[in-house]
Design a protein around this ligand. Structure first.
Ligand code: COA
Length: 707
């Protein structure tokens, strides 16, 4: 439960650095608070003035001698700590630090920012910023910012890490006729972050949609925890910028190369019910849809149009975004046939022809909305000589109000002649677009959220038995003692066994005779694989031989592998050669993990083998959310590999249960051991019965328990 009410609905505010000079930010903040019709007392603080804007002015917050909820600080950075200290002594609950010149300018700035934070901690004050524009709440109301203007009242909260983005959107919102409940600039996020603010907005009765622009999320684990709760109360739509693939490029494993922070964000958003916007347009298109329309019951979409081409584009978009074109009932078709011209198309999309006036729109739209097979409707209108865009806009609004359980969106495709109609729609709560795709995409977002709300709560994490943590700990300690970061094949194989994952039996041979002996013991045929901490991709250096049927073949292959490795990588240290039993046939998949800095272990599943990175037939989950069989099944089913596993073209289905168990146990292993930084089981061979980990690569890093 959020407790930031005092920030958004403060009883009394101080403005430290308030100024008479209209050019200064300290003036703008004070002026904004006054103009926003803030109801409480306003205390300008400025040691050189007695009165500003008709308000008695104080030397310091300590002189006010009355309760202050929020102090907006707009003094140069060098004075900020002293002011914060005084605010703490005066019992101020929250600071909004507009001042720039902190961590964004370097080391010295970071030190000052840390000082600010520790002052706040000491006094139990919360802080927005520093280096922020401030915040606005249109309902309390308060405008504690230096932005130009105050948003129209509405039900959208917008949280932005970029101040520039915030002020630009504010300006744009006036033109778009959009209303907001809160506007919040997070700045450097020294104390309050988007996580706290999302939590607070989710509890705000005036907010029905939460929008967020972020460049980074620094506490991934808390983000997932808080947003999972918050998204059950309100839709959260986030535009995350700056997701480069730099991390992915640096990775040495297949999984690491596939993962990258973008995937981790995707997985985290998905796991916490957050919708991810791909662009600014996307963010605000979805916001408008959520802010004005009911959630769709399902995906069946009806289209009413006066033109063929746009309807085809819209129909394509319906398919592309995973919605369905509704199939009307016979009654609907009969009714449409009876009242529409004979040239009209009665089936979805309903084409009421280029000469359609408002009455035809009214009839067709109401008829399809009333159809029980329709979950939502899209009205397309292109300008023609007889079209009545404004009258039709009023009709759409009227019908949407009458049938208010099904979302309706409008696409007024054109320019000047449709501006008024579009604007009427927008101001009367109908999302109106110029082209079809964004409207369908917004519907997709709403449907995704509706489905998230409907999904049953995840079941309890699976109880996994037969796990030997101590054995893994011992292996890792030995690896660290040997100053290595990659486990040898037989060590990785032992880790698998300790977590109850079926793995091909692997033993290390240090000579060809020993290899032959192990082969004898395992039973031929066997496979040989080079064991060297420097070699990640063994096949590439001729380090693998398979299907060896006798001790003679084993010895020969042993010599050949050593020769190959000496040729390709003369400096690589060789620990010996692993002898492995040959595993029965099956479908080869990859199960792996890459550890994300913010969100922790990210598990991957997909089609395995050497083409993993080329095909990218993969799905991802944060290990923290991969604790139930249902979730693992969902993860598997998102890939094309699933089609193969189910039994493609008459083949017997593979053992998906056994594969799920492998994924679950891998997820548990990487959650239990923070030392494991990357992991590839490529391939896991999924048989008709059982699944075997064939080649396991584990990369580790010593963890400082304190850090
Ligand atoms: N207590 C109260 N008032 C104080 C003070 C203190 N300890 N120290 C200074 N003041 C007064 C000054 O006297 C001045 O008032 P005046 O106009 O009557 O002389 C006022 O506070 C402002 O101080 P000044 O030194 O004139 O600073 P400024 O207004 O030029 O700049 C900031 C202050 C905070 C605006 C500036 O340092 C800054 O950070 N600008 C960038 C802000 C920004 O971009 N934020 C991020 C947006 S995304």
């Amino acid at each position: 439960m959020s407790n930031l009410e005092f920030l958004f609905n403060p009883a009394h505010i101080a403005v430290v650095g308030a100024s008479r000079s209209t050019q200064k930010i300290g003036y703008a903040v004070l002026d904004n608070i006054i103009k926003s019709s803030f109801k409480g007392n306003i205390y300008p603080i400025n040691p050189n003035e007695e009165e500003i804007a008709g308000l008695k002015t104080y030397c310091s917050v300590l002189d006010v001698k009355a309760p202050i909820d929020v102090a907006v600080i707009s003094v140069p950075a060098k004075h900020a700590a002293k002011v914060a200290e005084e605010c703490g002594q005066a019992g101020v609950k929250g600071l909004i630090v507009i001042t720039a010149g902190f961590k964004e300018v370097g080391k010295e700035g970071l030190k000052q920012e840390q000082e600010l934070r520790s002052i706040c901690k000491r006094y139990g004050m919360r802080m927005l910023g520093p280096n922020c524009v401030g915040l606005m709440d249109t309902h309390s109301p308060v405008n504690a910012s230096f932005a130009e203007g105050f948003p129209n009242r509405g039900n959208i909260s917008f949280i932005s890490q970029s101040g520039a983005m915030l002020v630009s959107i504010l300006d744009w919102s006036f033109e778009m006729g959009m209303g907001f409940s809160r506007f919040i600039s997070t700045g450097n996020k020294a104390d309050l972050t988007e996580i706290d603010l999302i939590e607070s907005c989710a509890d705000d009765p005036q907010t029905s949609v939460i929008l967020c622009y972020v460049e980074d999320i620094t506490d991934g684990e808390r983000f997932v925890r808080v947003c999972s709760e918050a998204s059950k109360k309100k839709p959260i739509i986030i535009l995350k910028s700056g997701t480069s693939s730099a991390g992915a490029q640096a990775a040495s494993s297949h999984t690491g190369a596939l993962a990258g922070s973008n995937r981790a964000y995707d997985a985290a958003f998905r796991q916490s019910g957050v919708l991810r916007a791909e662009s600014m347009n996307d963010l605000f298109d979805m916001a408008r849809a959520f802010a004005t329309q009911p959630l769709p019951g399902n995906s069946r979409t009806a289209i009413v149009t006066n033109a063929g081409g746009p309807a085809i584009v819209a129909t394509d978009a319906v398919e592309k975004y995973g919605l369905k074109m509704a199939r009307f009932t016979k009654e609907t078709i009969d009714k449409l046939r009876e009242h529409l011209p004979s040239e009209a198309n009665l089936y979805n999309p309903v084409d009421i022809l280029g000469d359609a006036r408002d009455d035809r729109y009214r009839f067709a739209l109401e008829t399809v909305i009333e159809d029980e097979n329709v979950d939502n409707a899209l009205v397309l209108l292109c300008p023609a000589a007889v079209t009545e865009p404004e009258k039709t806009a009023r009709t759409i609004v009227e019908l949407n109000n009458k049938h208010n359980h099904k979302p309706v969106m409008a696409v007024y495709m054109g320019g000047k002649t449709l501006t008024e109609g579009r604007s009427y729609l927008t101001t009367n709560s109908i999302p109106a677009f110029t082209f079809p795709e964004p409207s369908v995409n917004s519907l997709r977002g709403m449907l995704q959220y509706a489905q998230y709300l409907k999904a049953p709560d995840p079941s309890e994490p699976v109880e996994l038995t037969g796990i030997d943590k101590k054995a893994v700990r011992k292996i890792l300690d030995d690896v660290f003692a040997d100053r290595r970061v990659v486990l040898l094949g037989h060590e990785a194989s032992d880790v698998m066994s300790a977590y109850g994952i079926q793995v091909s039996k692997t033993y290390l041979a240090e000579s060809e005779d020993e290899a032959a002996e192990i082969g004898e013991k395992l039973g031929f045929p066997v496979a040989l694989k080079i064991s060297s901490p420097r070699i990640a991709h063994k096949t590439d250096v001729g380090g693998v031989a398979i299907g060896l049927h006798s001790d003679k073949e084993v010895k020969k292959a042993y010599r050949k592998i050593i020769e190959n490795v000496h040729y390709y990588l003369p400096d690589a240290p060789i620990y010996g050669i692993e002898v492995q039993d040959m595993v029965e046939e099956g479908i080869e998949v990859i199960v792996g993990m890459s550890r994300d800095v913010q969100f922790g272990p990210l598990v991957v599943f997909g089609l395995g083998g050497i083409y993993v990175n080329l095909l990218e037939d993969v799905s991802f989950r944060l290990a923290s959310g991969l604790t139930t069989r249902e979730e693992v099944k969902k993860m598997i089913s998102e890939t094309r590999a699933y089609t193969l596993l189910k039994g493609y073209r008459g083949k017997k289905p593979a053992d998906i249960e056994a594969l799920s168990e492998t994924i679950l146990r891998t997820s548990r292993l990487v959650s239990d051991f923070r030392e494991i930084t990357e992991m590839d089981i490529n391939p896991v061979r999924v048989h008709y019965k059982g699944a075997t980990a064939l080649d396991v690569k584990i990369t580790v890093e010593e963890v400082n328990e304190k850090g």
